[in-house]
Design a protein around this ligand. Structure first.
Ligand SMILES: Cc1cc2nc3c(=O)[nH]c(=O)nc-3n(C[C@H](O)[C@H](O)[C@H](O)COP(=O)(O)OP(=O)(O)OC[C@H]3O[C@@H](n4cnc5c(N)ncnc54)[C@H](O)[C@@H]3O)c2cc1C
Ligand code: FES
Length: 247
């Protein structure tokens, strides 16, 4: 997609909210994948109405797009070893981060997982940045046989982990990082309404005292010792040690 400002300003883990023509729905949030030369790209699957219509839009069709939205991954300190942990389309959060880590000459490993070798996405673009990609597949059809979190456990420890992927994967990654005492930042997804921080449709529970908590007031007889954060505006990036997985 062509947009000079979004391509220039996009930071790792930020997203755009697209008004897909022909749908009567809220804007579609999609992570910004690559961004350069006045253009940016997104990586998506045809999940339902909005993504299906987006996939079939004629080339050159004008599209209303808000962005870049959300916070961003923080860079590792000098000399720290970083591991990017991407599950499926969660890889969309990582091209910009990988580019920045490459430019900073940070010691970086990329662990990329998918159900099978046929569903691996993003490998070529990351390899083109000069990274060796450690592939994992659930069915063992390529690379390590198992999940990306199993793979991270089996590798030498890193100083910082960056994760994006399905909720089960992120939950397992946070548990590993918190138990091992490793710094970990995750980019989360929720069902978004406004994408702008106003509808409160995307909140997740976070540790009380977490800087991204909103101080959401308790109901009169509610007993709650945690806070809420809006994934769309306070995130999408959170520290593993701040996110609570209540279910
Ligand atoms: C910040 C953010 C960034 C995102 N980035 C991307 C991205 O880079 N690429 C991408 O493909 N998607 C991404 N998504 C997810 C995407 O916005 C949703 O999948 C969206 O609901 C698709 O809209 P739709 O109208 O096509 O399908 P919907 O009608 O909303 O969904 C159709 C069906 O698919 C199911 N479904 C939707 N999303 C998922 C999912 N992620 N996993 C499993 N089942 C699902 C729904 O439950 C429903 O049954 C992102 C979401 C957020 C919040
Ligand atoms: S989607 Fe409306 S507040 Fe997050």
């Amino acid at each position: 997609m062509r947009d000079e400002r979004i391509a220039r300003d996009a930071r790792a883990a930020q997203y755009v909210a697209l008004d897909v023509p022909g749908t009567f729905s809220v804007r579609l949030p999609l992570g910004i994948w690559t961004a350069r030369d006045g253009e940016f790209s997104v990586l998506f699957q045809e999940w339902g109405d909005r993504t299906r219509r987006l996939a079939h839009l004629p080339i050159g069709e004008p599209l209303s797009c808000i962005g870049p939205l959300g916070n961003q991954f923080s860079a590792p300190s000098e000399g720290q070893r970083a591991t990017i942990v991407a599950g499926g389309l969660g890889v969309a959060a990582f091209w910009l981060l990988a580019r920045d880590l490459k430019a900073a000459r940070a010691h970086t490993t990329i662990v990329l997982g998918a159900r099978s070798k046929l569903s691996i996405v993003g490998r070529d673009e990351l390899a083109a940045l000069g990274f060796d990609i450690d592939i994992c597949t659930d069915d063992g059809s390529e690379g390590f046989h198992g999940s990306v979190v199993d793979r991270v456990r089996s590798r030498p420890p890193s100083d910082v982990l960056y994760g994006c992927g399905p909720p089960g994967m992120l939950r397992a990654l946070c548990r590993y990082a918190n138990e091992a005492g490793v710094e970990c930042q995750i980019s989360m997804e929720e069902n978004f309404g406004c994408s702008l921080g106003t509808c409160w449709g995307c909140v997740v529970p976070v540790r009380r005292g977490c800087p991204q908590g909103t101080g959401y007031p308790k109901a009169p007889r509610e007993i709650r010792d945690y806070d809420f954060a809006r994934v769309c505006a306070d995130g999408t990036v959170f520290r593993a040690s701040d996110v609570l997985w209540l279910h």
